[in-house]
Write a protein that binds this ligand. Structure first.
Ligand SMILES: [Zn+2]
Length: 284
C-alpha cells in the first residue's frame, strides 16, 4: 500500500452518467435487496473485535459506532465487482471503519456517498481519466478511489488488512472516506468543511507546515508517522494524516502535536486519549 500505486487520482471527477453506467454495469451482479435491515450487535463485534481501535472504545462508543454504521450501510449501495461476492461481513467491515471516522461528526458527514464498489484486489480501472494536472491516465492499478458525488472504490484485500491488529499504518477505508469528507464542498484540496470548529487560518497554517515538513522528509527518504504518499498533494496529505490520527494517534500526537490537536478539533475525537486509557488499564 505504499507509494504511487495507492490512489493517485483523488481529484478525479465523475464521468457522464452514461459512461459511468457502461463502466460498472456489466460487472454488477449482486445488490443488497434490503438495505435497511439491521444486524445484531454481536455480528458487528465479531467483525470489529480484532481491530485495536474497537478495543479502545467504551461500550457506549461502540453502541454509537454501530448505530452510525447501520445508518451508513443502509444509505450506501454496496456492489461487489470483478467477481467478488460481497457478504454481510464485507459490508459491516467497511461501514464500521467508516463510522469510526465520523464518531464525532455524525453519520450525516458521509451520507452524500452513494455507492461503495468493492473489488477483490487492487483495481485496474479500464477508463481513461483526467488527473489533476490534466494528464490522462489509463489502466492504473489502484487500491481505492473517491469520486465527488460518486462511488467510493475499494480493494477488499486492503480493507481486510486494515482491520488486522498488525497493520496500523494504513487504513484504506479511512483514507478513501477522508477524501469523501474533503470532497463535501466539491474541492479535493485537503480542507473539508470546517464548520466553526477550526478556523480556516489555523487549518491552513498547521496543515501546510506539516505538509511541507513531510515533503522535505520524503525528499530525504526519511520515514515519519505520516506515510510519504501524503507528500503527493494536500488532498493526499489530509487522507494520510487521517490514517495516522486514527491508526497511530500517540505517535502523531508526540511528533506532530499541533497537527494532532487540529485534527482532534475537526474530528471531535481524541483517539490518543483512548489509546492511553487502554494502555493504563492494561498495566493495572
Ligand atoms: Zn488518496
Amino acid at each position: 500500500m505504499q507509494g504511487a500505486a495507492r490512489d493517485p487520482l483523488v481529484d478525479w471527477r465523475p464521468l457522464a452518467q452514461s459512461q459511468r453506467m457502461s463502466w460498472w454495469k456489466p460487472w454488477t451482479w449482486w445488490r443488497r435487496a434490503d438495505a435497511a435491515r439491521s444486524v445484531p450487535f454481536a455480528r458487528w463485534e465479531a467483525v470489529c473485535r480484532r481491530a485495536p481501535w474497537w478495543r479502545e472504545l467504551s461500550s457506549a462508543e461502540r453502541a454509537r459506532l454501530v448505530a452510525y454504521a447501520t445508518e451508513l450501510r443502509a444509505a450506501w449501495t454496496f456492489t461487489g465487482c470483478g467477481g467478488l461476492a460481497l457478504d454481510e461481513a464485507n459490508e459491516l467491515a467497511i461501514a464500521a471503519q467508516a463510522a469510526l471516522l465520523v464518531l464525532g461528526l455524525g453519520p450525516r458527514a458521509l451520507l452524500h456517498v452513494s455507492e461503495v464498489l468493492v473489488y477483490p484486489s487492487a483495481v485496474v480501472n479500464p477508463l481513461p481519466r483526467a488527473t489533476g494536472g490534466g494528464v490522462i491516465s489509463e489502466g492504473l492499478a489502484v487500491l481505492g478511489e473517491a469520486w465527488h458525488r460518486g462511488p467510493v472504490v475499494l480493494a477488499w484485500d486492503a480493507v481486510a488488512l486494515a482491520l488486522d491488529a498488525s497493520e496500523d499504518r494504513h487504513n484504506l477505508v479511512w483514507h478513501e472516506f477522508a477524501h469523501q469528507l474533503d470532497l463535501r464542498d466539491g474541492a479535493a484540496d485537503g480542507r473539508p468543511p470546517l464548520e466553526q470548529r477550526v478556523s480556516q487560518q489555523r487549518w491552513y497554517e498547521v496543515l501546510k507546515a506539516a505538509y511541507d515538513a513531510l515533503v522535505a522528509a520524503d525528499a530525504r527518504g526519511r520515514v515519519t508517522v505520516l506515510d510519504g504518499y501524503g507528500a503527493t498533494n494536500p488532498a493526499e496529505f489530509f487522507a494520510v494524516a487521517t490514517e495516522a490520527f486514527f491508526g497511530r494517534p500517540l505517535e502523531l500526537e508526540r511528533t506532530r502535536p499541533e497537527l494532532y490537536r487540529t485534527l482532534a478539533d475537526y474530528y471531535l475525537q481524541d483517539p490518543a486519549a483512548r489509546e492511553r486509557a487502554r494502555e493504563t488499564a492494561m498495566r493495572l
